[in-house]
Design a protein around this ligand. Structure first.
Ligand SMILES: [Zn+2]
Length: 470
């Protein structure tokens, strides 16, 4: 620690003096309107903490289907698996809502440093990457420490080069660093192509230090011709970075036999727990059934489909409820959110009370946020009281729903976020390590308990959840 200027005295006096000159904000101590937790809801919450339906669903999906990339034959098998599973769980109106998606397919891929020190690299193509020419590309590396540095490169400056963007992602509980650092993947390839690059490699958008590369989709802007684009594992990116820092020219060889294969069938799998009052609106919950090809899609998003279906199943077992719970296992999320868009197109005119999604792995829910009409404030009070024993606090963050339900939220539908801890999620996200053994059964059950509790309150809330929001 450096001690400079006016801060010197306080700094030398240590933390206590600093705390006195800059007091920390005190926690809120004003008593909020209390709400009693309905004993039936408390009992259902406690039952959910002992329920392993979610674990059984995600175990079955990862074992009996495995990787299920968008538009693939495996995604089709996943839909058939889903129909059988949801029927066996006793859901009503189980069916597929089909649509077609533009499909990208991974082929043989390899990457290596060829100078100054020959070394193979662990890399994976990004979804929508163009193929390299036959025999691959061998070109000098143009290094950028961050996506921002890439943006500062002038047009044409990357002609004949492979751009290398190496910003590091730090773990955050709310997962917000995915949004900021993820730009290197979402937008980096398009920006490198605009500047003339022949290809791009990025440091994986991940928080691990392993040799498992993190794939994921990239979007080329309209009018920009796609270039080959790959993610290096974090360990390989750091190795390449060290070579760059030694000075001199670093040559990279990249081969990606990845292709767009045209439109292929996808579809959303829909199931319901019918309610007693159709006018009160549908509660839409779900996760996405597709996954990247490298792992078996356990945390992304086998966990989310399992959590939401298990919660709806528990609610169903507790008797009749006012609102219909509709579980949707969205088909395409990873490559363009086509599943959520297809749902919104098909169901925009139908009254929806609320929409919510589980798509941040299987670790515990720590916070919830709501976007509800003004007159529904008491719902939040009841949620706060009932979720508190699970260690879930009410936050002030705006509700963002998730890719699959965003199109419905954009139409003005109310929402709730049950935010999961993302501290470990991006260690394995979109890697070969996204497998069942990453799921902690106890934290998975806590998720189910939080969702079941929230659903029980929302399904029977007497408040109008469909009134215009402030
Ligand atoms: Zn996901």
């Amino acid at each position: 620690m450096k001690c400079i200027g006016l801060a010197l005295v306080a700094c030398l006096l240590g933390g206590t003096a600093l705390a006195q000159t800059a007091p920390l904000p005190m926690p809120r101590r004003s008593a909020e309107t209390p709400a009693a937790v309905d004993p039936a809801i408390a009992a259902l919450r406690d039952k959910a903490l002992r329920d392993d339906t979610a674990l059984a669903i995600v175990t079955s999906l990862t074992t009996e289907v495995g990787p299920r990339p968008d538009g693939s034959e495996a995604e089709g098998r996943a839909r058939q698996w889903a129909i059988a599973k949801l029927k066996a769980l006793g859901f009503a109106n189980v069916h597929i809502e089909p649509y077609d998606v533009p499909t990208w397919q991974r082929g043989h891929e390899s990457a290596a440093i060829v100078a100054p020190f020959m070394q193979p690299l662990h890399a994976a193509g990004l979804g929508n990457s163009a193929p390299t020419p036959t025999g691959g590309l061998t070109l000098p590396v143009a290094y950028f420490a961050s996506f921002n540095d890439l943006l500062l490169a002038p047009p044409g400056s990357l002609t004949g080069k492979i751009a290398f963007v190496s910003n590091a992602m730090q773990p955050t509980q709310d997962g917000s660093s995915y949004g900021s650092e993820g730009r290197a993947r979402f937008l980096g390839p398009s920006e490198a192509a605009r500047r003339g690059a022949a290809a791009i490699v990025i440091r994986s958008i991940g928080t691990d230090h392993t040799r498992a590369p993190h794939t994921g989709v990239t979007d080329f802007a309209q009018g920009v011709s796609p270039i080959p684009a790959a993610a290096l594992s974090v360990s390989d990116a750091e190795n390449l970075e060290r070579m760059v820092r030694l000075g001199g020219r670093v040559m990279l060889h990249l081969e990606l036999d990845d292709h767009q294969i045209g439109m292929r069938p996808s579809g959303n799998v829909v199931a319901e727990v019918p309610g007693t009052d159709p006018a009160a609106g549908v509660i839409l919950i779900g996760g996405h059934l597709d996954s990247w090809d490298l792992g078996t899609g356990a945390i992304d998003d086998g966990a989310g489909v399992a959590i939401t279906a298990a919660a709806a199943h528990l609610l169903q077992s507790s008797g009749a409820h006012r609102r219909t719970i509709r579980v949707v296992w969205f088909g395409d999320e990873e490559t363009g959110g086509f599943g959520g868009q297809a749902y919104a197109r098909a169901h925009a005119q139908e009254p929806h009370a609320l929409a919510a999604e589980s798509d941040l792995g299987a670790d515990r829910v720590w916070r919830f946020g709501t976007a509800l009409p003004q007159g529904a404030g008491a719902v939040v009070t009841r949620l706060t009281a009932a979720l508190g024993p699970l260690g879930v606090v009410h936050g002030s963050k705006l509700v963002d729903g998730g890719t699959d339900v965003e199109p419905m939220l954009a139409l003005g539908v109310s929402g709730i976020d049950l935010n999961q801890s993302a501290l470990r999620y991006f260690d394995w996200h979109h890697t070969p390590e996204d497998t069942l053994d990453r799921i902690d059964p106890e934290q998975l059950r806590q998720n189910v308990a939080a969702w079941t509790t929230a659903l029980a309150i929302l399904a029977d809330a007497p408040e109008n959840l469909m009134a215009p929001k402030p």
